[in-house]
Design a protein around this ligand. Sequence first.
Ligand SMILES: Cc1ncc(COP(=O)(O)O)c(C=O)c1O
Length: 478
Amino acid sequence: MQKDGLSKDAILKQLDEFQTKDLDWKSGKFFGYVFYPGDEVYEVIQLAYTKYMSANGLNPAVFPGLRKMETDIISMCANLFNGGDDATGVMTSGGTESIMMALLSAREYAKNVLKMEGIPEVILPVSVHPAFHKACHFFGLKAVDIPLDNAFKPDLALMEKAINKRTVLLVGSAPQYPQGIVDPIPQIAALALKHKLLCHVDACVGGFMLPFLEKNGYSIPLWDFRVEGVTSISADIHKYGYAAKGASVIMYKNASIRKQQFYIKTDWTGGIYGSPSFAGTRPGGAIAAAWAVLNFLGENGFMKMAKATMDETQKMINGIKEIPELQIFGNPDATLFSFGAEKMDIHTIADEMAILGWVINRQTEPPGLHVFVTQHHVGKAEMLLNDLQFSVKKAKGFSLNNLKKDLQVGVVKGMNKLLSKEMFEKVTKMAGKSSGGAESKRKASMYGMMGELKGTGTLEEMVLDFVDELNSPEKPNK
Ligand SMILES: Cc1ncc(COP(=O)(O)O)c(C=O)c1O
């Protein structure tokens, strides 16, 4: 800590400097992590956040404004997800917390309502977000994994076979993250109804996209409370709701299931304590910013953004389908998808894309690249497709001479126009070097983290060391 504090100017200068080291997501060459609604909406969110930055959602009675905003958000979500009058929920800090709350209430439901003995089990398609396994780890639940079929949807026969007397919850995603596919929620929920189980739909990604796509007339599989048997839904406002980070909802079909997630302690020496979710202190800024963006954009604003994002996604998917070396995985339902290259190393292609400035999340099962299209990618499909064509060629081992010839005759369409002079020179220089292969395989396909795994232990040990390193101060020579 500084002995005497720094000046405001010095602090802001330092923050600007830190930001220069971050990835330039505004370039549109970077997927995931950031959902930017444009400067005008951003300003509204920023103002709302700072106005309520010191307010604490811990005790809504002290901040009735926050309480009003949160209950407004919950009723907007109940409406958006067709939950009727009984649907209710709680705001949380993000998708992971919402999912954790759904699994906590399932555990408590097993104990308090089903009077189940032993360790409750939850049935999870392998495509669910790792937050589900994290929740099982935290809450002592047993996760039962269900493989996917060729369409990247869970095998329903195996799902039913996995149900036993300790099963409490079935899960589906709308859509799942890896391939952007909406799971067959009506069938999963029907299984839940048949066996008298809970059914959670993870719409962390789709919650603020699918309803607006449907209102725009796109054909979207049914996934929300209209499906009989769905008992809870997680949906992130800080994703396609474009709110400031720290805003999600966990919605329940009714208040009696919601109650299972509350924590009460009546004999604390500091007073009686009651808390609706994980957090104690809850950031007023995140609640106010979420309320502001939902009200500022309104249904029409969200519909417009959803349409533009979906149209751009379809341009990307159709363009990738025309590149013979690449294959889209399954039939993505919304605005995220992944693709592979059957006869090539897709991660080598990712390396080539990285030289052109693209940061694309890598996947391993199956090997693929993940594209998460948002508002600030609108208008970027052509650049992505041109760079992909170029990267595929280069990954196939095109020589520097061939590449230069291609660029001159414009085979790699628009390439020279799209790249800065500096980048163009760098690319043509790199083209002479054989690329990919063993080098690219060292790159980690880590969701939510970019980096290279080092060391010689098991994969778990290397990832553990990597997480440890990321959460420690940087070494001076880096
Ligand atoms: C389908 C899905 N569910 C849950 C999450 C977790 O959300 P968060 O990162 O806000 O915890 C994600 C994040 O990308 C996701 O894609």
